[in-house]
Design a binder for this molecule. Structure first.
Ligand SMILES: *[C@@H]1O[C@H](CO)[C@@H](O)[C@H](O)[C@H]1NC(C)=O
Ligand SMILES: *[C@@H]1O[C@H](CO)[C@@H](O)[C@H](O)[C@H]1NC(C)=O
Ligand SMILES: *[C@@H]1O[C@H](CO)[C@@H](O)[C@H](O)[C@H]1NC(C)=O
Ligand SMILES: CC(=O)N[C@H]1CO[C@H](CO)[C@@H](O)[C@@H]1O
Ligand SMILES: [Zn+2]
Ligand SMILES: [Zn+2]
Length: 454
């Protein structure tokens, strides 16, 4: 072989290698450690997070009425390490404390739980970058995260110091920050504190731009667009609607609108959005005003199996899930994702057998996780019974295996498709028969009861 040909071949090989270069990252969310989980014959005393419900199927790895026992947290981290020990980074999108009343927590206890989980993640993945957000449960009193500098953010910034590096000071002032991926100066992670947009956050409710986070986000995205950089956006509370219960949302309406406008304006720089809070497996689509899919938000399932007490959700528990993404290291294109889960019933009876639940490209027969492909997934879910039922089982991580009927389909399809509140309403109307509309009146009734949120 001539020298020139060898070089040519080498170049081809090298180029091909560079084009196809995949990276991997984990996304975990809503660990909700229950430090007081303890097996007992009295099913009402196993975990404070079960409230007044008995923990009927309690075992060493938890119960569907309870938040995560320590053994479940350990098992999750150990499994991540076994399945893929060398991710490029980890997204950890918040909600660390149990679903109990404020009076049973307090700042010290909340901080101790966040410290506890930080320690196990650090010990399991000592050399891996972790991009971490606070959830609405990671502050005392819950949901009331302040829009600026405060003592608690300072403590968290110091706890996460080795992950935050030079963003530590930025974090202290509003708990949001930007990180540049190691060795990739054109790829960034924008970590948002969307708890500032939660309509239950009384501290920020009347502010147009709490913590000046929108202004900061727009500045960062303008810079990214101008220099052709790529970003991932991560956060805890997502905009849009809750797919498991009609008409439930979290963002204040004006903040929801603003968020969508920003995604539409700067989508060319945004390669993906990764959020939690729902304890479900779903996604959200963003479109431009011509209806072209421009961005996808991936909602990752929870590790806690805790059955939500949100009025109107029937039997809304889930199996614990963890998720590995494959992405293009240069463009940040989402190439694929694999979700692993623990059948909690099986784990308690036998041993903690984590299984592959599904691979996105395989299960929905799409080439990758791009906005165009995810739009195709949505089309399949909304028009083909087979895909709707498949999606619905995955939504609760194989917990609720019953059928998703027409009413259920409208809830899920409209929530995925329409992040905008008024467009969602219109979608629900257009997809509801008269009979179903009458039924929804009954669904509305429990709204007046205040329950524990996700
Ligand atoms: C975290 O909390 C659990 C109990 O909830 C305890 O067993 C474990 O030792 C703690 N770990 C650390 C590092 O504090
Ligand atoms: C599944 O969810 C639906 C809708 O919330 C509910 O009506 C049904 O009872 C659930 N089924 C099971 C087996 O949990
Ligand atoms: C979970 O495990 C239980 C007990 O082995 C079994 O009955 C159930 O079918 C399993 N669920 C799934 C989704 O595999
Ligand atoms: C799932 C479903 O029924 N989707 C329909 C909702 O309404 C819009 C507009 O009428 C239709 O295009 C969808 O097919
Ligand atoms: Zn939450
Ligand atoms: Zn949560």
């Amino acid at each position: 072989m001539s020298g020139r040909l060898t070089i040519l071949l080498l170049l081809l090989y090298w180029n091909h290698g560079a084009l196809a270069l995949s990276g991997y990252f984990w996304h975990i969310s809503d660990l909700h450690l229950e430090p007081e989980y303890k097996l007992s014959n009295d099913l009402y005393t196993i975990c404070p997070s079960s409230g007044s419900s008995p923990a009927l199927n309690a075992g060493p790895y938890g119960d569907y009425h309870c938040d995560s026992p320590w053994a479940l947290i350990e098992s999750s981290l150990k499994t991540m390490k076994q399945i893929f020990p060398t991710p490029d980074f980890i997204f950890w999108t918040g909600d660390d404390t149990p679903h109990v009343a404020n009076s049973k927590l307090g700042s010290e206890k909340v901080l101790a739980i966040i410290r506890n989980l930080t320690t196990i993640i650090k010990n399991t993945f000592p050399a891996v970058a972790v991009y971490s957000t606070l959830g609405n449960h990671d502050f005392h009193p819950k949901n009331q995260l302040p829009p600026g500098y405060n003592d608690f953010y300072v403590k968290i910034a110091s706890l996460w110091g080795s992950w935050l590096n030079n963003a530590q000071e930025k974090f202290q002032d509003g708990a949001y920050y930007k990180m540049t991926l190691q060795g990739k100066n054109k790829c960034h992670i924008l970590v948002l504190n969307t708890n500032l947009y939660y309509d239950q956050n009384m501290v920020t409710n009347n502010l147009e731009d709490p913590g000046n986070q929108f202004r900061w986000l727009e500045n960062e995205l303008t810079a990214a667009v101008n220099s052709k950089d790529k970003v991932y956006i991560i956060g805890h509370i997502p905009p849009g609607m809750f797919e498991k219960r009609r008409d439930i949302f979290w963002f204040s309406p004006n903040h929801n609108k603003k968020y969508i406008e920003i995604i539409q304006k700067y989508h060319s720089a945004i390669a993906g959005q990764f959020f939690g809070h729902h304890h479900t497996d779903s996604f959200r689509m963003f479109y431009d005003n011509k209806g072209t899919p421009i961005s996808t938000m991936f909602l990752t399932p929870a590790i806690t199996p805790w059955k939500t007490t949100l009025p109107g959700v029937v039997n809304g528990a889930n199996n614990p899930g963890i998720r590995l993404f494959e992405y293009d290291k240069d463009t940040l294109l989402v190439k694929d994702m694999v979700t692993y889960y623990l059948n909690l019933t099986y784990a308690n009876r036998n041993f903690p057998r984590w299984e592959k639940e599904y691979r996105l490209t395989e299960s929905f027969n799409v080439p990758d996780g791009s906005p165009l492909s995810m739009h195709e997934v949505l089309q399949k879910i909304s028009t083909k019974e087979f895909y709707l039922q498949k999606y619905y089982k995955l939504n609760s991580v194989n917990y609720n295996l019953s059928e998703c009927n027409a009413y259920c389909r409208a809830d899920h399809v409209c929530a995925i498709k329409e992040v905008d509140f008024s467009r969602y309403k219109k979608c629900i109307l257009e997809n509801s028969s008269i009979l179903i509309s009458v039924m929804s009146v009954f669904w509305m009734l429990p709204l007046v009861v205040v329950g524990e949120m996700v």
